[in-house]
Design a binder for this molecule. Sequence first.
Ligand SMILES: Cc1cc2nc3c(=O)[nH]c(=O)nc-3n(C[C@H](O)[C@H](O)[C@H](O)COP(=O)(O)O)c2cc1C
Length: 360
Amino acid sequence: MPKDNLYSSVSLGALNLPNRIIMAPLTRSRADADHVPTAIMAEYYAQRASAGLIVAEATMAIEGNSAFGGREPGIYAEAQVAAWQQVTAAVHAKGGQIVLQIWHGGRACHSLLNNGAQPVAPSALPIRNDTTHTPKGKMPYETPRELRDDELPDVVNGFRLAAINAKAAGFDGVEVHGANGYLLDEFLRDGSNQRSGSYGGSIVNRARLLLEVVDATSLVWGADRVGVRISPLNSFNDMLDSDPVALTAYVAEQLDQRKIAYLHLMRGDFFGVQKADVVTPARVGFKGALVGNMGYTPAEAAASVQAGTLAAVAFGHHYVSNPDLVERIQADVALVEPDQSTLYSPGPRGYTDYPTMTVA
Ligand SMILES: Cc1cc2nc3c(=O)[nH]c(=O)nc-3n(C[C@H](O)[C@H](O)[C@H](O)COP(=O)(O)O)c2cc1C
């Protein structure tokens, strides 16, 4: 059976996975108002511990102008570290492994969710034609303040401290969030990065901040416990790049030199605007473990593993509503679709109450 390919062990750097089915990072907004993880988050992640690896949701690396939804978790404060310890212990108790996606929201943040602080970004370009949820209802995105070059060491250091805290919280590694139109991705792509100087212009310059963050977090963890997620084609958050294939090729090659644990590639665009094959340049440039994501069916995932293109596949929306996805794919049972209305709502409904499959 081709799907059997998903059930062999694989190493992502120092992370040894029992299977190749990864839980993709999923923001679910169940932390408290101080960005402290709640007890139901431990239950939720433990329910999904049979995944070869869990990538925990986008988590604020840095306090201040980096929150975009209000109830996303953080990893910059002691109380957050203590609460994450409950999560990692619950996952480990069920034999699972979990890395933390460390993140800065960049221009997708709103001052009303950040004590009045203006959002920051590579350039003073707002997300256009879209609104964001704020305590005062839906509002247009704000024009961000352009970060000065001399502020960027603080950003790198913030990610470094987040990596240290993730270690203290008992994670098995970290994933640097370089995707989906948040700060590091905003630097990568020329639709949002129109800076001059050493962090703007050429691909080499635009990738500099991401690579500095990778180097700083690798010093904390060892590169073999650091993963990186990119989405060179995704136009979500008003993102665009003039040459996503060349960008992918350069980033892949740079990450290959750094011998990171894995490259996590979102291969497409939520809205189908930008189309290209970014899997091939990623595969050519990065010789380590390539993790694919976006729209994979279990059959396609297995075929990509069999072809040697991917080491593993991350599933997103399936993991919202199928806590035992690993077992379900193996048993060939129908997958449950997520309830969209409870994706970001508070409390256990639509979060910890999706049942495991019933075996007849
Ligand atoms: C509810 C929800 C929350 C998400 N949150 C994150 C996140 O925190 N970080 C991230 O990199 N991607 C996030 N994504 C994107 C998913 O990780 C994944 O890339 C996307 O669902 C496509 O994979 P799929 O086709 O298997 O669902 C989110 C997606 C959904 C549906």
